[in-house]
Design a protein around this ligand. Structure first.
Ligand code: C5P
Length: 240
């Protein structure tokens, strides 16, 4: 598992405009966390902001969840590699040809290539929706099947809830990179599970998520909406 290196915490810059994102980057420290740029922030601020965050020393998880014809996704992945991002996402449901083309494109990149992470089944999909889309079997069975398909196509890993991590670690082996959102620190106030779960239905503490086999933890609001984001991050790291 040598390529899974600290920092293991990825701070999700959701709901930020450029100045808030840069302000958070100033308060946090690239030695202790990485940053996730998603569709909203990227659509608002584009590659220039990614570059500015990288210039401050952060490695960037570009979470744009690509899903398109193989040629288009492969070109987008290459563009992300050229931008210098550390990790990016694509939908496994885009199919094997799409994933293989993505892998081939970034293999052709001269330089540090980004980690390719597959999105299996969106956690917003319930069993009924999965049936309506036309997928047989349960969500859990589909997650494992798609994670194995991602590995077969040379993706580095998948995003998953911490509750799926142990099952996926067993199915996909130690080389598979598991990236886990829905993490809430154990220390703070609001709910019986520890900190405020926001709209996350099933949360796990950072320690439990790592113990279950996650390699990187995506944490947003517990850090970004804290009065002191740096202190919130430190508290989480101390718990680890
Ligand atoms: O603020 P919070 O810690 O809930 O942020 C979690 C991040 O992980 C958000 O960017 C969210 O979009 C993302 N995510 C998630 N659940 C998934 C997949 C991604 O919360 N199943």
């Amino acid at each position: 598992m040598s390529h899974f290196r600290e920092p293991y915490i990825i701070v999700a810059l959701d709901g930020c405009d450029e100045s808030r994102a840069l302000n958070l980057a100033e308060q946090l420290n690239p030695q202790y966390c990485r940053l996730k740029v998603g569709k909203e922030l990227f659509t608002r601020c584009g590659p220039q902001l990614v570059q500015r965050l990288q210039d401050k020393g952060y490695s960037i998880f570009l979470d744009l969840k690509y899903h398109d014809i193989p040629n288009t996704v492969a070109s987008a992945c290459l563009a992300a590699a050229e931008l210098g991002v550390w990790m990016l996402t694509l939908h496994v449901l885009g199919g094997m040809n799409m994933m293989l083309a993505a892998r081939e494109a970034i293999d052709g990149y001269i330089g540090q290539r980004p980690l390719l992470i597959g999105v299996t089944i969106l956690t917003s999909h319930n069993e009924l929706e999965i049936k309506k889309i036309g997928l047989a079997d349960t969500a859990a069975a589909n997650v494992t099947r798609l994670a194995l398909m991602a590995a077969e196509c040379g993706l580095d890993g998948v995003t998953c809830s911490a509750r799926e991590a142990a099952q996926l670690r067993t199915a996909c082996g130690d080389a598979c990179c598991l990236v886990t959102p829905g993490v809430r620190p154990a220390n703070s106030v609001v709910s019986s599970q520890g900190s405020k779960p926001d709209d996350q239905q099933r949360v796990m503490t950072p320690q439990a998520a790592l113990a279950a086999g996650s390699n990187y933890l995506v944490i947003g609001r517990p850090i970004t909406q804290a009065i002191d984001p740096a202190q919130a991050l430190t508290t989480i790291l101390e718990q680890l």
